[in-house]
Design a protein around this ligand. Structure first.
Ligand code: G4P
Length: 534
C-alpha cells in the first residue's frame, strides 16, 4: 500500500474517517448503477435493484420526481450516508443534466472530492467535461472510474490519453484491464500488486482477489491465457514507462487522477474504487469564510448548499441540506442562524440513508444533514454556535433564459406567486418582480428547467402554469452606493426588477444596453453573479 497519510493528519478520528464526495458523469455512463453498488457494499441496501425499485417503493433520493421517471434524468441533488469498512461515506448526488449547472456547482461546494465515471466505449463526453471543469475551479481531487469494460471498450491508452488531453489532468492507472468486452477477465491491481478476476456468474459478488508477487509471478499463467498475459505484461510495462506513477499528494491537490477500470453492473472494480476513496480521498477540508474554518474546531458550524421543497408530498416540508464545516453537532443543539441573527433549535435534523431518512443524533464536520424548516433557511446561510461567520464561494449565477410566468387559472395567480417564491428560495429558479407591471419573470440557466418547474408546480401545488416569452433575455444584479442605485433605477424603471431577496436587478435584451450602463453609470456595477453569503 502506498503512503496515504492525509494532508491533515491531526484530525480527530471521527472526522478523519469521513469522506464526502460526489459522482460526476455523462448521463448513461453508469452513475446510478455505481451508486447502487456503493450502497450495497456500504450495507445501506440489501439487494441491488432496490434503488431503482419501481412503484410505491422510494427510488434513490435523487430520483424521486415524476419528471425524472418520465425523462430518465436525474433532476435534484441529494445526499446519502453510509459506512464502509472504517470509513463514513457521504455521497452527494449531482444533478445529471447539463441544464442544471448552477445547482451542480453549488452541490460541489459541499464535497471534498469527486468520482468521475466514464463509459469505456465513449470516453470523455460533453457533460463529463463540463462537470470536470467545475471540479477544477475548486481544485477538487478526482478519482476516475472507467465503466462498462464488459462491453467493447476503447483501447486503454487511448482512453487515458483522451482524459489527459481533454481535461488537462495527469492520469495514473490504479488498475489495468485484462481484455475487454466478452474477453474481459478482470484487472491487475497496480497499487496492491494483485489480480482481480470478474465473476460473471453473480453480478453482486466479486471473485476473490488473488495475491501475487507482481506481474512476473508464474501463478499468473494459471489464471490468464498466455496471449492475454503477454499483452497485459507489455501494456503495464509501457504504462509504467509512459504514465506518471501514483502520487497520493498530487491526487489530493487535484493534479493527478487515478483511474480504475471495471464494470459497475457486474460489481467489478467497485470495491477497489471505494478503497481508493477511503485511502486516498481527502478527509473533510477547511472551508473559507472571513477566516479559515478548520474541521477540527470544537464549535459546530455549517452552511446550507441546497434547499429542497416538498420532498415528501405528504408533508409540505422544506429541507435545507447543510454541510457541516467544523465541530460536532448533536441533535437539539441551538445554533445561530447568522443571516437573521436568531437562535434556532435544531431538534429534528435528518440523515439520508439509501432509501429512507432518519433522525440525525449527531453529525461531525464533513457530514451532510437535512434540516426541515418553513423557509427560514436559504442557500448560503451559515449556522454556528455563536460566531457571525459568512462562508464564501457559493455564487448565484445570472439566468440565461427569462420567461413570464402565467397562471393557467387567473383566479389562482396569488398561489402561483407563492409557489414561485418557494422555488426561488430553493434555488431552482430566479424569480424577478418587475417594478412596472404585474406578474413575475422567471429566469433559469437551461430551458429544461422550465419544464421541471411547470411539472413541479402542477404536482406540488395543483396549479397549471405557462412560461411565455419575455421581452428580456438577460438579468444583471445592480450594486453600488444606495443613492446611485436609486437614481439609476428611477431612470430605467422599465428595466428594473427585484429578486426574491429584494435585491435590485436590471433586465434587458441587449448586450449593448449593458455596455451602455457600464459606460454611462460608472457609479453602479452590473454583475452576472451574486455571492449568496449574507
Ligand atoms: P446513469 O445513472 O449514469 O445515467 O447510468 P445508469 O447507471 O442508469 O446506467 C446506464 C445504462 O448502462 C443502464 O442500462 C445500465 O444497466 C448500464 N450499465 C451500467 N453499468 C454497466 C456496466 O458495467 N456494463 C454494462 N454492460 N452496462 C452497464 P439501461 O439498459 O439503460 O438500463 P437498465 O434497463 O439496465 O436499468
Amino acid at each position: 500500500m502506498l503512503d496515504a497519510t492525509p494532508n491533515r493528519p491531526d484530525l480527530p478520528p471521527e472526522i478523519a474517517r469521513r469522506r464526502t464526495f460526489a459522482i460526476i458523469s455523462h448521463p448513461d455512463a453508469g452513475k446510478t448503477t455505481l451508486t447502487e453498488k456503493f450502497l450495497l457494499y456500504g450495507g445501506a441496501i440489501q439487494m441491488a435493484g432496490q434503488v431503482r425499485a419501481k412503484g410505491e417503493a422510494r427510488r434513490t433520493r435523487s430520483d424521486f420526481m415524476q419528471m425524472e421517471k418520465d425523462r430518465g434524468i436525474s433532476v435534484s441533488a441529494s445526499a446519502m450516508s453510509f459506512e464502509y469498512r472504517e470509513n463514513r461515506f457521504n455521497l452527494v448526488d449531482t444533478p445529471g443534466h447539463s441544464d442544471f449547472s448552477e445547482d451542480t456547482y453549488r452541490t460541489l461546494t459541499a464535497v471534498d472530492a469527486a468520482i468521475m465515471v466514464i463509459d469505456g466505449a465513449k470516453g470523455v463526453e460533453s457533460q463529463t467535461r463540463k462537470l470536470f471543469e467545475v471540479c477544477r475551479l475548486r481544485d477538487l481531487p478526482i478519482l476516475t472510474f472507467c465503466n462498462k469494460m464488459d462491453r467493447e471498450a476503447r483501447d486503454t491508452f487511448e482512453i487515458i490519453d483522451e482524459i489527459q488531453e481533454n481535461l488537462a489532468i495527469d492520469v495514473t492507472p490504479a488498475s489495468w484491464p485484462i481484455g475487454m468486452g466478452r474477453d474481459f477477465l478482470g484487472c491487475y491491481d497496480l497499487i496492491n500488486d494483485r489480480l482481480e478476476l470478474m465473476d460473471r456468474a453473480d453480478r453482486n459478488r466479486v471473485a476473490e482477489s488473488i495475491r501475487l508477487e507482481g506481474l512476473d509471478d508464474p501463478a499468473m499463467a494459471d489464471h490468464i491465457p498466455a496471449a492475454q498475459l503477454d499483452q497485459l505484461r507489455e501494456e503495464v510495462e509501457m504504462a509504467r514507462g509512459l504514465l506518471p506513477g501514483f502520487d497520493p499528494q498530487a491526487v489530493r491537490e487535484g493534479h493527478l487522477t487515478p483511474i480504475w477500470f471495471g464494470s459497475a453492473i457486474n460489481s467489478f472494480g467497485v470495491q477497489e474504487l471505494m478503497d481508493g476513496i477511503a485511502h486516498y480521498g481527502p478527509p473533510p477540508q477547511p472551508q473559507k469564510a472571513e477566516r479559515e474554518i478548520l474541521p477540527e474546531e470544537d464549535k459546530a458550524t455549517g452552511f446550507v448548499f441546497k434547499v429542497q421543497a416538498n420532498m415528501d408530498p405528504k408533508h409540505r416540508d422544506r429541507v435545507a441540506f447543510v454541510r457541516m464545516a467544523s465541530g460536532h453537532f448533536t441533535r437539539g443543539m441551538k445554533l445561530l442562524h447568522v443571516r437573521t441573527k436568531k437562535q434556532m433549535a435544531v431538534s429534528n435534523p435528518v440523515l439520508f440513508l439509501a432509501s429512507d431518512r432518519e433522525l440525525a443524533e449527531e453529525a461531525w464536520a464533513g457530514d451532510i444533514i437535512g434540516i426541515p424548516n418553513h423557509g427560514q433557511l436559504r442557500i448560503g446561510d451559515a449556522l454556528t454556535e455563536g460566531e457571525a461567520l459568512h462562508f464564501k464561494g457559493i455564487p448565484s449565477f445570472a439566468p440565461e433564459l427569462l420567461r413570464n410566468a402565467r397562471a393557467g387559472d387567473p383566479m389562482k395567480a396569488k398561489h402561483l406567486d407563492k409557489a414561485l417564491m418557494q422555488f426561488a428560495e430553493e434555488g431552482a429558479a430566479k424569480v424577478f418582480k418587475p417594478m412596472i407591471g404585474s406578474g413575475y419573470i422567471v429566469g433559469v440557466v437551461g430551458a429544461l428547467q422550465f419544464d421541471v418547474l411547470a411539472s413541479r408546480i402542477e404536482m406540488e401545488y395543483g396549479l397549471p402554469v405557462r412560461f411565455e416569452g419575455s421581452q428580456f433575455t438577460s438579468a444583471r444584479w445592480v450594486s453600488g452606493d444606495r443613492a446611485a442605485v436609486e437614481k439609476f433605477a428611477n431612470a430605467n424603471k422599465g428595466h428594473m426588477a427585484t429578486d426574491s431577496d429584494g435585491d435590485m436587478v436590471y433586465l434587458t435584451r441587449l448586450q449593448w444596453d449593458i455596455d451602455r450602463v457600464e459606460r454611462d453609470w460608472p457609479e453602479v456595477t452590473l454583475t452576472a453573479t451574486k455571492e449568496l453569503m449574507v
